[in-house]
Design a protein around this ligand. Structure first.
Ligand SMILES: NC(=O)c1ccc[n+]([C@@H]2O[C@H](COP(=O)([O-])OP(=O)(O)OC[C@H]3O[C@@H](n4cnc5c(N)ncnc54)[C@H](OP(=O)(O)O)[C@@H]3O)[C@@H](O)[C@H]2O)c1
Length: 325
């Protein structure tokens, strides 16, 4: 069977993403074939396209999508034809209108939740789940800091933290993004274009600083993040939207007050199928219950994936971005 897929024959600028027709085999043992209706865009896709993460070429782009099961291979028992499902991770190849996926990665979409919303929230929601609930143990009343507060991960984090009672301080670029972050439930929001991040964090926390800082920006925010941490605080470096952060000196962690530094990934926190299923179900529960709402900033046709990448990389998007096959 034929499928339309966004392929890369080399890593590089957004133009390497090209829409092509490819051949799809019948699903093999343990696989299900999905007719995909919504593809989630993630910053990870940019790292894989640009070459920040080396990957073998050629490849089909993408790591997350939702749709309907159209066929199942032998030994598949967790889903059936007609089920509405969502998945993330594993082998790349989500930028397509149809593909085979290991069935264990598929999670049923709750009734009343659209496939678009599921694709907008799964990977980012699983990221928020492991960051807030497993990587560090935050409890009600704790302060924490989150950059890109109006981004895909950021808007979900604001809502999730509010549900936990965590006082999440957001950083976003510009008045419109700050408004979105405030509406998502952030305790306070700092405009990085017009305010001093460190001074504002100190002011909001009564001079103490935050016990946890989630930094996905990397190169340009490293120094501010270190300065925002309270003694014995956790620096959670989980992305590099502005480029890689500098190498971390043990002596710096010492002199800034016995700090901890970790560089976690969703892939490690969901490597075991039971952890993946737990985290995915948690993200879908939060969406199904209404505690987290999907904010889809923009939709692009599958063939305009290159433009979607340009906009995400330039910080022009807010909330989640969807490619429509
Ligand atoms: N480690 C993990 O497990 C994991 C999993 C998922 C995502 N992530 C990371 O989480 C981050 C957010 O991912 P996302 O897909 O939701 O993207 P996103 O937050 O929707 O987009 C990135 C945002 O980063 C901010 N930013 C600040 N400086 C930037 C710069 N120099 N260049 C580009 N953007 C800049 C921009 O927001 P402002 O203008 O408001 O600052 C921009 O909108 C990414 O770094 C991603 O790699 C990590």
């Amino acid at each position: 069977m034929k499928a339309r897929a966004v392929r890369m024959h080399s890593q590089g600028a957004p133009e390497v993403l090209v829409l092509e027709e490819i051949e799809i085999a019948a699903p093999g043992a343990g696989q299900a074939q999905i007719r995909q209706t919504a593809v989630g865009l993630n910053f990870l896709d940019v790292y894989q396209r640009s070459g920040s993460y080396p990957i073998p070429m050629p490849a089909t782009a993408g790591n997350e999508a939702a749709g309907v099961v159209e066929a199942v291979g032998p030994d598949v028992t967790n889903v059936k034809v007609g089920d509405r499902v969502v998945y993330q991770g594993g082998e790349m190849g989500a930028y397509a209108d149809r593909r085979n996926v290991p069935a264990w990665r598929l999670v049923r979409i709750p009734d009343g939740v659209s496939e678009e919303a599921a694709a907008a929230v799964l990977l980012k929601g699983m990221t928020v789940e492991y960051l807030l609930e497993r990587c560090v143990s935050l409890k009600s009343g704790d302060f924490a800091l989150m950059y890109a507060a109006a981004g895909g991960v950021g808007l979900i984090a604001g809502q999730w933290a509010k549900a936990m009672g965590v006082k999440l301080i957001g950083v976003a670029g510009g008045a419109d993004k700050c408004k979105l972050a405030r509406e998502a439930g952030y305790h306070a929001v700092i405009d990085r274009n017009s305010e001093d991040i460190v001074a504002r964090v100190k002011e909001i926390t009564g001079g103490k600083g935050v016990p946890v800082a989630f930094d996905s920006v990397g190169k340009t925010t490293f120094d501010a993040t270190i300065a925002c941490l309270a003694p014995r605080g956790y620096f959670v470096s989980f992305g590099a939207s502005s480029g890689k952060p500098p190498a971390v000196e043990a002596g710096l962690l010492q002199s800034k007050g016995s700090l901890y530094f970790t560089r976690p990934t969703l892939a490690t926190y969901c490597a075991a199928p039971e952890d993946y299923t737990y985290s995915a179900k948690r993200a879908m529960e939060m969406l199904g219950s209404g505690a987290v709402k999907a904010t889809i900033g923009r939709r692009y046709p599958l063939g305009e994936a290159a433009q979607a990448h340009r906009d995400l990389e330039a910080g022009k998007t807010s909330g989640s971005t969807i490619l429509v096959p």
